[in-house]
Design a protein around this ligand. Structure first.
Ligand code: HEC
Ligand code: HEC
Ligand code: HEC
Ligand code: HEC
Ligand code: HEC
Ligand code: HEC
Ligand code: HEC
Ligand code: HEC
Ligand code: HEC
Length: 327
């Protein structure tokens, strides 16, 4: 036994004899006893105020049932099994991409001894995910990232698109599920007219997308054949169109379309991804084209029906005339 352990043991025996008795009987050990030696890691106050403050230390560190043996270093302390109490999160985590990559509960929840309720604060999630996914830190500069930092709880954080625990692999570039994902994640919020209105966001994006060539294919079940929302807007660097760095800004939109439409030109990009023909203010060309095409259609049909009507009338008159002749 090493010297520090020995002195700790002596100190411990002097300070709390009663605890040794309960330990020897294999009973739960008072957290204060454990903290008598482990307060260098975290304070009694912090632990008591944490979500696990009412748990005994041994409810997680189940294998430490005998303090004497623990202090002698005879017990090999096992990794904590969170699943004993958190069945739902555990089931989700075990269906996720992280489990396959060896990421455990405590790798994300590093503050388990002092953890307080997160109260759906999206900023905490972002900070946690970015610890490992530093490549995705570009998200912080996106319209969603900036709004989350500003405290807008409507805006999208990592888990709004990827889930909190049931996080799926994003997959290959071309398979059905991952191509569908590029659009599905945006619909949740952008088809919520009420939410878009209170955030002053262009609120027919989904409706107009669904009416476009790309959206029709998405609806027919072929998302892999066309562009989804995040193909044009990106996934993590979404920005409003007036931002020069935006993938849909007039300076970049040709590049965005030409990812798939080789040789796209400025005039090609005039195809309105979200054309709303009844919106004269935002889409004047589309509006007037729509109005004149509609007018043309209506007048052609009017002439056609009128013509048919006269024709019928004339046929009727002629038939009657013929009948009279035969009589
Ligand atoms: C008399 C002092 C003392 C008491 C009381 C004590 N421990 Fe320890 N504990 C130690 C020492 C010494 C070590 C090994 C050195 C280290 O890693 O800090 C240790 C290590 C640990 C470890 C890390 C083991 C590892 O391999 O990483 C855990 C977990 C732990 N103790 C939990 C507890 C719990 C829970 C209690 C109360 C049930 C408790 N300890 C009570 C002294 C003590
Ligand atoms: C909610 C479960 C839980 C509770 C309750 C809990 N711990 Fe831990 N503890 C952990 C986890 C998780 C680890 C990290 C090691 C691992 O992954 O198993 C850990 C690690 C430790 C370590 C190793 C040193 C370190 O910080 O990595 C010590 C010492 C320790 N705990 C002491 C305690 C003491 C003392 C208490 C009671 C005051 C306590 N724990 C309560 C889950 C818990
Ligand atoms: C012995 C049972 C037990 C074990 C084991 C346990 N927990 Fe907990 N955990 C609880 C209880 C009880 C609460 C408080 C629940 C409540 O107030 O609704 C809690 C709350 C939490 C919360 C906060 C929930 C919230 O609503 O914000 C997190 C996060 C958490 N635990 C993570 C962990 C992790 C990670 C582990 C494994 C290292 C773990 N727990 C192991 C019992 C346990
Ligand atoms: C990839 C990272 C990650 C992993 C792995 C992970 N969690 Fe979480 N978990 C989070 C985040 C982020 C939150 C929300 C913020 C917070 O509570 O700090 C959270 C929240 C929770 C909550 C509160 C849930 C709620 O709806 O309020 C519980 C309980 C929890 N986790 C338990 C677990 C358990 C048990 C495991 C392992 C089976 C686990 N977590 C694995 C990231 C993770
Ligand atoms: C608005 C929805 C949305 C948000 C918010 C979001 N993601 Fe993503 N994420 C996606 C989409 C869509 C893809 C697929 C992108 C692709 O294949 O090009 C993706 C891909 C990924 C990938 C796979 C690697 C890659 O870049 O293709 C990782 C890892 C990832 N996201 C982590 C994160 C993290 C961490 C956060 C938070 C900082 C986050 N995501 C926020 C939608 C989102
Ligand atoms: C402890 C480190 C760690 C944390 C924290 C973490 N991840 Fe991961 N994540 C990984 C590893 C490792 C992989 C697998 C390797 C890879 O693809 O980057 C992964 C993979 C992923 C993938 C699949 C990427 C793909 O290409 O298919 C997504 C999506 C993802 N994580 C999202 C998140 C989200 C969202 C959070 C926050 C809730 C988070 N991660 C927190 C380590 C972590
Ligand atoms: C969790 C809800 C949510 C999800 C999921 C989401 N968004 Fe958003 N989005 C918002 C909110 C809220 C705003 C307004 C943010 C602000 O305050 O600036 C916004 C803003 C935008 C803007 C800027 C609009 C403007 O007028 O400035 C674009 C473009 C955008 N989102 C596209 C997307 C795309 C593409 C996806 C999917 C990859 C997506 N969003 C997923 C909620 C969401
Ligand atoms: C083919 C590429 C493409 C696709 C697919 C696409 N968009 Fe867009 N989006 C654009 C372009 C380009 C603009 C700029 C305005 C315009 O030209 O109509 C835009 C504008 C927007 C705006 C307004 C931004 C601003 O700053 O005013 C929002 C919000 C938006 N799109 C959301 C979505 C959502 C949600 C989806 C999926 C349902 C989607 N977009 C699919 C290309 C696309
Ligand atoms: C992720 C790939 C992808 C992106 C990005 C993309 N498209 Fe498409 N788009 C397609 C595919 C695939 C088709 C169907 C095949 C075809 O006709 O080329 C299509 C069809 C079209 C069509 C109707 C068919 C035709 O060729 O006339 C138009 C118009 C169109 N896209 C415009 C755009 C514009 C404008 C942008 C940029 C704002 C854009 N697309 C971005 C993949 C994409």
């Amino acid at each position: 036994m090493s010297i520090p352990r020995l002195s700790l043991l002596i100190l411990f025996l002097i300070v709390s004899l009663s605890h040794t008795v309960s330990a020897e009987q294999g009973m739960a050990i008072d957290p204060a006893t454990c903290l008598g030696c482990h307060s260098d890691r975290f304070s009694i106050k912090e632990f008591a105020a944490s979500v696990h403050g009412k748990n005994a230390c041994t409810s997680c560190h189940t294998d430490i049932t005998d303090l004497i043996r623990h202090m002698k270093g005879e017990i090999k302390v096992q990794k904590v099994q969170c699943e004993r109490c958190h069945k739902r999160e555990n089931a989700e985590h075990y269906a996720s991409v992280h489990i396959a990559k060896g990421v455990r509960c405590a790798d994300c929840h590093t503050d388990v001894h002092s953890h307080t309720y997160w109260r759906k604060d999206k900023r905490i999630v972002v900070a946690m995910c970015i610890q490992c996914h530093d490549k995705e830190a570009v998200y912080r500069k996106s319209v969603h990232g900036k709004a989350v930092v500003a405290g807008n709880s409507d805006s999208a954080a990592c888990h709004d698109c990827h889930n909190l625990h049931d996080i799926k692999p994003v997959g290959g570039k071309d398979d059905h599920a991952s191509r569908e994902f590029h659009t599905k994640v945006c619909l949740k919020c952008h088809s919520d007219a009420e939410m878009m209105k209170r955030n002053k966001v262009f609120n027919v994006a989904v409706k107009t997308y669904m009416e476009s060539y790309h959206g029709k294919n998405y609806r027919l079940g072929f998302p892999e054949r066309v562009a989804g929302c995040s193909d044009c807007h990106t996934a993590h660097s979404v920005l409003p169109r007036n931002d020069p760095a935006s993938s849909i800004n007039s300076a970049n939109v040709i590049k965005t379309c030409s990812k798939c439409h080789a040789g796209a030109t400025a005039s090609f990009t005039k195809f309105y991804a979200h054309g709303e023909p009844t919106d004269r203010h935002n889409y004047p060309i589309l509006f007037y084209t729509f109005v004149s095409m509609t007018a043309l259609l209506v007048s052609v049909f009017a002439v056609f029906w009128l013509h048919t009507l006269f024709w019928m009338f004339r046929g009727f008159v002629e038939n009657r005339h013929k009948k009279h002749m035969h009589l």
